[in-house]
Ligand binder design. Structure first.
Ligand code: TYM
Length: 330
């Protein structure tokens, strides 16, 4: 039987946080044995906000090494750079003609990013979710493992697939988001009502995958907590709940197991324990990423093999789309 298809991507913009790891990359690793997986480095999405070209290039390779260091097996998955497969841009164009300006401008992330980058509200920023739809639909994807913040974008992917199929006949598989219960939304360590983000201005808000042990412990030490002293997950304790969630994600335990192991402990010791768990888990990943980055040729080869594989799959869908919309072919 044919394997189901999984597609996901991360942008090489800024330093990745433990939110990106828990919400996305880590869950991909669990899927690679059972699904036909495509994991991209979304450099075309990244340029919707200004990037320093040399930095973007460096971060793209950093991210490839990170994927592998986190356990993505390039033999099992197509691991590639989005801009290496031109079909993404080509399908995006066709999907643009099916997307209403109204629906694109209503996207929460577009509104947030427009407010944050008011001097650069470019067409690409508004087109961001349409390019995501092109990414996903090109591979006839069944499942898209992402964090909760991407749910709305994937609803647009589904709508566009259905709209295209209705207009031109059955062409795209309609994808489902796969949002993990535990790690779907890791919050900022400084404001538990805000998503932990690569671009937060407060240096203590986000734990980066590249942070060393001291920085990780310091950030957890400064993490905001709640009133009272019980270490329990509840709506009244968003700070503690977030820290418990991070602990569980890295330790692989349930909330109640975590609560039981911290019963009677003070906030200070609890935060130290969470920080140590995260630092211990990240250390081997950081070491492996560093080792891989010294093997540039290996990384270049695996990305070339990945884009070759992606290209073959993408071309099939794109030819079908071009035929369906009526583009003349010999
Ligand atoms: P990016 O780079 O902004 O985020 C990458 C992934 O990390 C997840 N994520 C989080 N999960 C939990 N808690 C957080 N605090 C947190 N912050 C980020 C995001 O949900 C995402 O899964 N637009 C996508 C990249 C992309 C893509 C695609 C994804 C491009 N094309 C096609 C799926 C399918 C994005 O959010 O990148």
């Amino acid at each position: 039987m044919e394997k189901k298809v999984v597609y996901s991507a991360v942008q090489p913009s800024g330093n990745l946080t433990i939110g990106n790891y828990i919400g996305a990359i880590r869950s991909w690793v669990k899927l690679q044995n059972d699904y036909d997986c495509f994991f991209a480095i979304a450099d075309m999405h990244a340029i919707t906000v200004r990037q320093e070209p040399a930095e973007l290039r460096r971060r793209t390779l950093d991210l490839a090494a990170l994927y592998v260091a986190c356990g993505i097996d390039p033999e099992k998955c197509a691991l590639y750079v989005q801009s290496h497969v031109s079909a993404h841009a080509e399908l995006c164009w066709v999907l643009n003609t099916l997307t209403y300006v109204g629906e694109a401008s209503r996207m929460t992330q577009f509104k947030d990013k427009s407010a944050r980058h008011a001097d650069n509200v470019n067409m690409g920023l508004m087109d961001y979710p349409v390019l995501m739809a092109a990414d996903v639909l090109l591979y006839q994807t069944d499942l898209v493992p992402v964090g909760a913040d991407q749910k709305q974008h994937l609803e647009l992917s589904r709508d566009l697939a259905i709209r295209f199929n209705n207009r031109y006949g059955e062409t795209f598989r309609v994808p489902e988001p796969l949002i993990e219960r535990g790690g779907a939304k890791i919050a900022s360590l400084q404001d538990p009502f805000k998503k932990m983000s690569k671009s937060d201005e407060n240096p203590n808000a986000s734990v980066f995958l590249s942070d060393d042990r001291d920085a990780i412990l310091r950030k957890f030490k400064r993490a905001v907590t709640d009133s009272g002293d019980a270490i329990v997950a509840s709506e009244e304790k968003p700070g503690i709940t977030n820290l418990l969630g991070i602990y569980c994600a890295f330790k692989g335990c349930t909330m109640s197991e975590a609560e039981a192991s911290f019963a009677g402990m003070g906030y200070g010791d609890f935060k130290l324990a969470v920080g140590e768990t995260v630092a211990d888990a990240l250390a081997p990943i950081q070491a492996e990423q560093k080792r891989l980055l010294s093997e540039k040729k290996y990384l270049a080869e695996l990305l070339a093999a990945g884009s070759e594989r992606a290209f073959r799959a993408a071309r099939k869908t794109l030819s079908k789309v071009y035929r369906k919309v009526g583009f003349y072919r010999e």
